[in-house]
Design a protein around this ligand. Structure first.
Ligand SMILES: *Cc1c(COP(=O)(O)O)cnc(C)c1O
Length: 459
């Protein structure tokens, strides 16, 4: 080992800790402009090297000014999640180990950790133990991987080998998704050469749930290769599609059923809410994110697939030198990557440190906190635009302008951070509660800040 490494890591540990200590009480947006960050970090490409501690010192200072405190307890923008202590620390180990998690012989440890972690996740989500899985970079790639397996299966069944022969001349694939499907469904369809315009959009209800009767009507008379994409967790409302009806409908038509459960899948951890996911155990594929509600560091998503052969056929690499040498699992067979980070390790750490009880508690606490936001804001007359069944809350402060002004004022106040969205034509503020470190006191403090801004700006 290089003699400087222990002191280097010790200094980075201090810098990382000061960032984490500041994250709950610093301004949430970056305090430096892009120009200022370029000043600090840029300049001509250095001809001479620098001491590693100088380099990490520059980065740590820039981080204090250029980072968004999105991992903090009062950040409710997008759907991001934070950084559980065990997961963060395990991620440091991953970097120190620097394992190539592509094949078993390159890292028996990581291959085994993936096997264990995938099995635990399946159990937590109520998915069959026979499902294969792959750890990818996030929800987008989880959707992509699942839809690649779907594409393989539906074309294989139509007598076409898409991996070898491509899509030119292939039987057309019909793809169905709701008008509220996450845009990464259409980009995945695009990346897979099926064309985003091929997706036939199914109507949704007031919460953004796919209408099962509308799907049934759309599928009527459809023959040939067919993929249906359902959603568990609408990014605005948190709503979960009626999966058991959709599954039945898809199965009746011999269609592949994929479920995008980027954050909604975690509802499975809550006994009160698990019934919202009923039917998901019959899906052909399921995508989720670990870096959102499970609160592991970026980047990690997971694809589950009921059709292991299709999953492998779509993903495995044909090079002779990486052909499996034994009975152990080679992680690359289930993901679009070859060399890859040991990203299951922080997930293992998160699951092990929280246990099922801890995850249940996290999910239920965040749902209860979302409910508290909705009740407090509705209580003083602001309109809650969604049924708060999960962790997402949509608020209107009046007209589009009033709502926009209020969101800006809340962001400028800096106590908490919420973003804007448009829901069914109405401008709204979106509150997403999915951070392990958010306390009830954080929620009360944020409600006060929101009410203060609203009373000054929503008129
Ligand atoms: C966030 C999200 C995605 C994309 O996940 P990434 O991790 O950002 O790639 C897909 N679908 C839904 C429903 C999401 O919430």
């Amino acid at each position: 080992m290089h003699e400087k490494i222990p002191s280097l890591l010790a200094s980075v540990q201090k810098q990382a800790s000061s960032w984490l200590e500041s994250v709950g009480n610093r301004p949430i947006p970056a305090t430096a402009s892009a120009e200022e960050l370029r000043q600090t970090l840029g300049g001509p490409f250095p001809q001479e090297g620098s001491d590693p501690e100088t380099v990490t010192g520059i980065l740590a200072r820039a981080g204090m000014e250029g980072n968004v405190a999105s991992t903090g307890p009062r950040y409710f923008g997008f759907v991001v999640g934070g950084n559980l202590p065990a997961a963060l620390a395990a991620d440091w180990l991953v970097s120190a180990w620097d394992q190539n998690a592509g094949i078993y012989v390159l890292s028996p440890l990581v291959s085994v950790i993936e096997q264990i972690t995938g099995a635990w996740l399946r159990e937590l989500a109520g998915l069959p133990a026979s499902m294969s899985f792959g750890f990818v970079t996030g929800g987008h790639m989880a959707n992509f991987t699942a839809l690649a397996a779907a594409r393989h299966r539906v074309l294989h069944d139509a007598g076409w080998d898409v991996e070898e022969d491509g899509l030119l001349g292939a039987p057309p694939i019909q793809v169905f998704a709701s008008e509220e499907a996450h845009y990464t469904i259409s980009t995945s369809v695009r990346f897979l050469g099926m064309g985003a315009n091929r997706i036939r959009r199914i109507a949704t209800d007031s919460q953004g749930r796919m209408s099962a009767p509308a799907l049934a009507a759309a599928l009527r008379g459809i023959a040939g290769p067919c993929i249906v994409c359902a959603q568990a967790g609408n990014v605005n409302t948190g709503a979960i599609d009626p999966l058991s009806e959709i599954v039945e409908c898809a199965k009746n038509h011999g269609a592949w059923l994929h479920v995008d459960g980027a954050f909604g899948l975690w509802a499975a951890a809550s006994p009160e809410r698990a019934s919202l996911l009923r039917g998901i155990e019959k899906a052909d594929s399921v995508a989720t994110d670990a870096h959102k509600w499970l609160n592991v560091p970026y980047d990690c998503g997971i694809t589950f697939c009921a059709d292991e052969a299709a999953h492998r056929s779509a993903m495995s690499l044909p090079a002779a030198y990486i052909l499996s040498t034994g009975s152990e699992r080679d992680p690359h067979e289930f993901v679009p990557e070859e060399s890859r980070r040991a990203r299951a390790v922080p997930v293992y750490a998160a699951l092990r440190s929280l246990g099922r009880k801890g995850i249940t508690e996290l999910v239920e606490r965040n749902c209860r906190q979302a409910r508290r936001f909705a009740d407090a804001l509705a209580g003083v007359g602001y309109e809650v635009l969604n049924d708060v069944e999960l962790n997402q809350v949509l608020i209107s402060f009046g007209s589009a302008e009033q709502t926009q002004r209020t969101i800006t004022a809340i962001q400028e106040d800096g106590t908490c951070w919420c973003g804007g969205t448009v829901w069914k034509g109405r401008t709204a503020m979106r509150i997403s509660v999915c951070n392990w470190s958010t306390t009830d006191a954080d929620v009360e403090q944020s409600i006060e800040a929101i009410l203060r801004a609203a009373s000054e700006h929503a008129h």
